[in-house]
Design a protein around this ligand. Structure first.
Ligand SMILES: Cc1cc2nc3c(=O)[nH]c(=O)nc-3n(C[C@H](O)[C@H](O)[C@H](O)COP(=O)(O)OP(=O)(O)OC[C@H]3O[C@@H](n4cnc5c(N)ncnc54)[C@H](O)[C@@H]3O)c2cc1C
Length: 462
């Protein structure tokens, strides 16, 4: 191993690698501290050609590669356990923006935020939006098929990309950087890399689809009694395709944010069992205010909601969104937390909450279910916080019991055990145990066709 690493250092340009433990250390710990890793070297290619050289040298020296973008992934897939860590963060150039084709070509290590800003500079919108957008990279977004708060209107990352450029395990470069909306010339190869979590190759660039920029975003937050009412509200609030965000927060979630995150306060006079945060994308502020007032007055009349706050300006809109965006950070203060990211067919979500809350409380009495997230597209982050005053390690030792129980319910309701975070290391065993055997066989055949020596992210997904 030491000799092989020495060969990498000998052949790669000096700016393309580091073995300085202090520089590498932050990239070996995952955001939630659940996974800690190790690596003999961090590669930092600055161009597609550098990536080809890195991949060829690793293959020739029998060194496995773990690709990493912003290190915000939540299933451990970006954390090496002795493999070479390949960071894409120096690959961060915007190569082209074309407002006529509505395509933006960007290197994979650019942050999502920088892509959103570039789109805005030509009066366009790149609609992917996650609380981690300042740090996560486009390569990571594509590799996890990230979801976020706008899936309701715009779909997941898969729906926002024309094609990718990727370096394969054999060192070839697949070039799918197109802006064609129609191209029926065989299998859609770019799609193979979307959601592949770095197991099939290293994405070096992508051609992304831009959307028209809405004239005004009207944000509101409502308090209501139940998730069942929230679902009725979702139907009530649709207006053409203008409803772009529909996020649900339980009382315990809002309490955690307002208690632990400085500067956050509950915008309602009274507490409510559930809250929903919504955005309509419209042309003018007057249109937004009128739509919000009409829909919410009607919802109040029908007793779908108990109270509502309509953002009057950008500052208020940002304050409301911050309450949702701080949900993950606030839960760090509630002690140990089992974190599950699931999807359920929309109409069965209230049943899911009823069944799951009862079942997890039987396994760990007094644990605190915190189910929140992208209700509009059926995706719930079903987290379970430890009982107040319980021992964190003891509670977390029940992770598998709790996740097995919730995943059984999800399977029975026809849902998915991973909505948007992916499989990584965390759910690899669950996928193998629960997925259709034909699906597993196909996944393995595709992996071995593209990466016969298991060079790319070898411990992840399959
Ligand atoms: C506060 C917070 C909020 C979040 N909210 C959401 C949310 O709403 N929706 C959502 O979907 N996710 C969310 N996430 C998860 C995370 O931000 C996404 O999964 C994101 O897409 C990961 O991007 P990254 O650049 O950090 O990837 P990393 O964490 O670096 O890597 C993730 C995976 O992609 C692989 N990978 C990274 N770059 C490449 C590449 N160029 N080529 C091949 N493989 C690569 C890695 O090997 C790993 O398997 C959140 C995370 C945090 C911390």
């Amino acid at each position: 191993m030491t000799d092989n690493i020495a060969k990498l250092k000998e052949h790669l340009p000096r700016q393309c690698w580091t073995d300085d433990p202090d520089i590498i250390a932050p990239w070996l710990v995952e955001w939630r501290d659940k996974y800690q890793g190790q690596t003999p070297i961090m590669l930092m290619p600055g161009s597609t050609e550098d990536v080809v050289q890195c991949v060829n040298l690793c293959r020739e020296n029998e060194l496995k590669i773990v690709p990493q973008g912003g290190n915000t992934g939540l299933v451990g897939g970006q954390i090496p356990q002795g493999e070479v860590l390949l960071s894409t963060r120096r690959l961060n150039k915007i190569r082209d923006i074309n407002p006529v084709t509505n395509a933006l070509v960007v290197e994979s290590g650019a942050t999502l935020q920088s892509v959103q800003d570039s789109a805005e500079s030509v009066n366009r919108k790149f609609p992917l939006s996650l609380a981690s957008e300042g740090s996560c990279t486009i390569g990571g977004n594509l590799s996890t098929n990230a979801g976020g708060v706008h899936v309701l209107k715009y779909g997941t990352t898969k729906d926002l990309v024309f094609g990718v450029e990727a370096v394969l395990a054999n060192g070839d470069v697949y070039n799918g950087l197109t802006s064609l909306r129609k191209d029926n010339t065989g299998y859609d190869l770019s799609r193979l890399f979307l959601g592949a979590e770095g197991t099939l190759g290293i994405i070096t660039a992508a051609s992304l689809k831009l959307s028209p920029r809405p004239g005004h975003i009207q944000r509101v937050m409502v308090g209501l009694r139940s998730v069942a009412d929230a679902l009725k509200l979702l139907d009530h609030c649709r207006s053409g395709d203008s409803l772009a965000m529909f996020e649900v927060i339980p009382k315990i979630g809002l309490d955690l944010v307002t208690t632990y995150i400085p500067g956050q306060s509950n915008p309602f006079v009274q507490d409510h069992a559930w809250y929903v945060l919504m955005d309509w994308e419209v042309e003018t502020e007057a249109e937004g205010q009128s739509l919000a007032e009409t829909k919410l007055a009607d919802a109040l009349d029908r007793s779908l909601i108990e109270d509502a706050v309509i953002a009057q300006n950008g500052t208020q809109a940002a304050e409301l969104l911050a309450l949702r965006e701080h949900m993950s950070a606030a839960q760090k203060h509630s002690g140990g937390s089992v974190k599950l990211d699931i999807t359920i067919p929309l109409d069965l979500i209230p049943n899911f909450f009823d069944i799951a809350d009862t079942a997890v409380l039987k396994i760990v009495p007094n644990c605190r279910p915190v189910g929140f997230g992208h209700l509009g597209d059926g995706n719930i982050h079903y987290n379970i916080a430890q009982p107040i005053g319980a021992d964190k390690a003891e509670f977390l030792s029940r992770w598998k019991d709790l996740s097995d129980c919730v995943f059984d319910i999800v399977d029975n309701l026809g849902g998915s055990i991973s909505a948007e975070h992916g499989i990584g290391i965390m759910k690899r065993e669950d996928l193998a145990n629960r997925a259709d055997p034909v699906k597993m066989a196909l996944l393995r055949q595709i992996k071995s066709a593209l990466d016969p020596t298991n060079l790319m992210n070898p411990r992840v997904m399959i």
